[in-house]
Design a protein around this ligand. Structure first.
Ligand code: PLP
Length: 388
């Protein structure tokens, strides 16, 4: 992307090609801007991509998708949902917006994922679901989570915002024995529609409920309404609804993006390989790799500084930017460190020590398809200079 040492190397960039531009222009020229044929096509393509008996419901964000999934399973007032504090706030906020209470369980040290061994102690008679997050695109220990859910009769709604096209036990995320999986197409995610998300479920009734809720509680979406035998003006509100359908303009970006998802993953993996090869004998811990035969989406590359590092995490990120013109970031500020979550849930900094320790050491290095090998080597060189 950049050739000169002096150019700023951003932390993340979307990868938009001529195919996406052509599809968007097609959508604009067609006059069908909101949910229509492109959204339907994107849903069909996505369901096929996941395989199995899946239904795909396109929405305007993963945040909306998680909320609709909770609602579709009747989770709300008086219910508790177990999730991780090491995530973007949206994961837990959807639980609050559904009317339920998030209950945090600390993470595993190396995977950054929710620790299954600690889940059972957090289950009460109010617990209705577990919402695991496949951090950075590395699958959670799903056998253990599915086993706990079975024994306690809990739903599993996966926050797969990072995970396309990751696998667990060689099965793509979205096709595991869980109740719902939600993907994000935010601008920095592994594929994008600008803003967007997809709900994957395996129960036709739940899919239908999500479709109704995403558009005001109307019994069928605009596209069906205009092509059905009912008069064009007819519609019926059959349940409480929201407004979070995906536009055709967004779906137009998503259709070609999905076709590139595996190639994008391969490029991210190549970048990961360079980091692993070059970042040796330094006071940093590299991220955990997937189990043999499984796919990591490498949405994020999160390294951790060890105690042997002579500079702090904050200094590291500041110097990468000021001295080397390289954008780094931090994923995530644990939810128990935010004032809202502290006052809303009564959680404190000391409650989730693994999450907080991981956060204090965490550095997200740039990893995206538009980086050249030279860009990656430049990042490695800067890190070696800073840490030696
Ligand atoms: C990005 C992200 C979300 C929210 O996705 P949107 O599509 O922006 O709503 C949810 N959870 C995690 C872990 C994320 O990183």
């Amino acid at each position: 992307m950049t050739n000169s040492k002096n150019d700023f190397l951003p932390f993340a960039l979307p990868d938009i090609g001529e195919e996406e531009i052509t599809q968007v222009v097609e959508s604009l020229r067609s006059g069908w801007l909101t949910t229509g044929p492109k959204a339907k096509q994107f849903e069909q393509d996505f369901a096929e991509f996941i395989g199995g008996n899946s239904y795909a419901v396109a929405v305007n964000s993963a945040t909306s998708g998680l909320l609709l999934a909770l609602k579709a399973f009747g989770i709300g007032e008086g219910d508790e949902v177990i999730t991780t504090p090491y995530t973007f706030s949206a994961t837990a906020m959807t639980i609050v917006n559904a009317g339920a209470k998030p209950v945090f369980v600390d993470i595993e040290k190396n995977s950054f994922n929710i620790c299954p061994k600690k889940i059972e102690a957090a289950i009460t008679e109010k617990t209705k679901a577990i919402m695991p997050v496949h951090f950075a695109g590395l699958s959670c220990d799903m056998d253990a989570i599915i086993d706990i859910a079975k024994r306690h009769n809990l739903r599993i709604i996966e926050d797969a915002a990072h995970a396309l096209p990751a696998t667990y036990n060689k099965e793509i995320i979205g096709n595991l024995k869980t109740d719902a999986t939600v993907y994000s197409f935010y601008a920095t995610k592994t594929i994008t529609t600008g803003e967007g998300g997809m709900i994957i479920v395996h129960d036709e009734k739940i899919a239908k409920s999500c479709r109704i809720m995403r558009l005001h509680g109307i019994s069928s979406d605009v596209f069906d309404r205009y092509t059905s035998t009912k008069p064009k003006w007819y519609y019926e509100i059959t349940q409480q609804g929201y407004k979070c359908n995906m536009t055709d303009i967004a779906a137009a970006i998503g259709i070609p993006q999905l076709k590139k998802a595996r190639a994008f993953q391969k490029r991210r993996e190549q970048i990961k390989d360079i980091y692993f090869k070059e970042l040796v004998d330094l006071p940093i811990i590299l991220p955990e790799e997937p189990r043999d035969g499984d796919v990591h989406s490498w949405h994020l590359f999160v390294a951790r500084l060890t105690d042997a590092a002579k500079i702090s995490r904050d200094e590291f990120i500041e110097k990468m930017s000021s001295a080397y013109n390289i954008g780094c970031s931090v994923h995530f500020i644990p939810l128990n460190l935010h004032s809202f979550w502290q006052s809303h849930l009564g959680v404190a900094e000391g409650d989730f020590p693994v999450a907080v320790d991981s956060f204090n050491r965490a550095i997200s290095l740039p990893i995206y398809t538009k980086m050249t090998d030279e860009d990656v080597h430049r990042v490695c060189l800067a890190i070696k200079e800073l840490l030696s």
